[in-house]
Write a protein that binds this ligand. Structure first.
Ligand code: DGY
Length: 325
């Protein structure tokens, strides 16, 4: 509860979020939410930021010095995403602005989508669906659109955080073996349960049948999967990306897929989102999804609620629930 003698804090929400999150925010402040699905225009945003004590942001917002210059009273930026590469965290910290994200609540939804892309790409399901939709006649055949089974295949997970672990659990149920690459080894209990082992990135790329990217995007992971990395993968292998587009050199990926040096890919994210490399659009062996990793009704509600609860904590001068690491 806030001191009634003080004016209500002002909270800017830069885009549409589920109503439950707005209700939480309205319980502690005066909320102004941009009603459009397109990004909020900069002049409208800055006008609101001039008064704002808190900002609830989306991954399509750039929270940089320009944003912060417009927001002299800001105490917290609550990003409605687990990724926070759209936020200049150092710039926020140097001005005493807290930054929070939404870990945990989107783990299952994102791992589900990574598994779905694994199945879609290995079983050629996008291509198969296009056969039906093309309205061409087709008939069942022994050799029609043969894919690759997952049983006994190796999944290499790059980035073994919560989403990586949740994907490994799913993949294990499909009979896959698991290796992972991470800054440090995960808990021994988790490794034992999943039969997963930590390997170098080189070994992971060279030996995995499916490589899934589940690491954060930063300078350190920019183009982690470049031409050389793609060349080191097996020509029968698949790449799945539900993390961030610029982890992959998209032009190099197009080359690898078009030349048959890589069997296929499943992509939920793109290097220059929302643009998609035109070369990808011409290829049959890639599944393209418009950044839907966390896009379930339940998950988006939970993300909005968690972002809102972070705002509540900071406005009450308490530590946020999920500050960015
Ligand atoms: C995230 O949370 O970082 C996803 O990309 C969007 O939900």
């Amino acid at each position: 509860t806030l001191d009634n003698s003080r004016p209500k804090p002002k909270i800017l929400v830069t885009g549409r979020i589920p109503e439950s999150g707005l209700d939480i925010l309205r319980s502690v402040g005066e909320v102004w939410a941009w009603p459009g699905d397109d990004p909020i225009p900069a002049d409208v945003r800055d006008e609101q930021l001039a008064e704002a004590d808190a900002a609830v942001t989306l991954l399509t917002d750039r929270v940089d010095d320009g944003f912060l210059d417009a927001a002299p009273h800001l105490k917290v930026v609550a990003n409605v995403a687990v990724g926070f590469n759209n936020v200049d965290v150092d710039a926020c910290r140097s001005r005493g602005v807290e930054v929070t994200n939404t870990p945990g609540v989107l783990t299952d939804a994102t791992a589900d989508l990574a598994m779905a892309l694994t199945l879609m790409s290995t079983r050629r399901l996008g291509e198969a669906e296009r056969v039906i939709r093309s309205r061409q006649p087709w008939k069942w055949g022994v050799f029609m659109m043969l894919g690759t089974g997952l049983q006994g295949r190796r999944l290499g997970i790059v980035g073994m955080g919560a989403i990586g672990v949740a994907l490994a659990e799913r993949a294990k149920a499909f009979g896959m073996s698991i290796v992972y690459h991470n800054r440090s080894a995960v808990d021994g209990e988790i490794e034992d349960r999943l039969g997963a082992s930590l390997v170098s990135l080189d070994e992971l790329l060279a030996t995995s049948d499916v490589v899934s990217l589940n690491c954060p995007y930063s300078d350190a992971t920019h183009h982690l999967i470049d031409e050389a990395a793609l060349r080191s993968m097996q020509s029968s292998a698949f790449l799945v990306n539900t993390a961030r587009g610029p982890i992959v050199d998209e032009a190099a990926l197009v080359e690898a897929l078009a030349s048959g040096r890589l069997a296929g890919a499943g992509l939920d994210v793109f290097e220059h989102e929302p643009e998609v490399h035109p070369g990808l659009l011409d290829l049959e062996n890639v599944v393209l999804i418009p950044h839907l990793g966390s896009a379930t009704i339940e998950t988006r509600g939970a993300m909005a609620d968690l972002a809102a609860r972070n705002v509540v904590e900071v406005l009450a001068d308490r530590p946020p629930l999920t500050p960015v690491p």
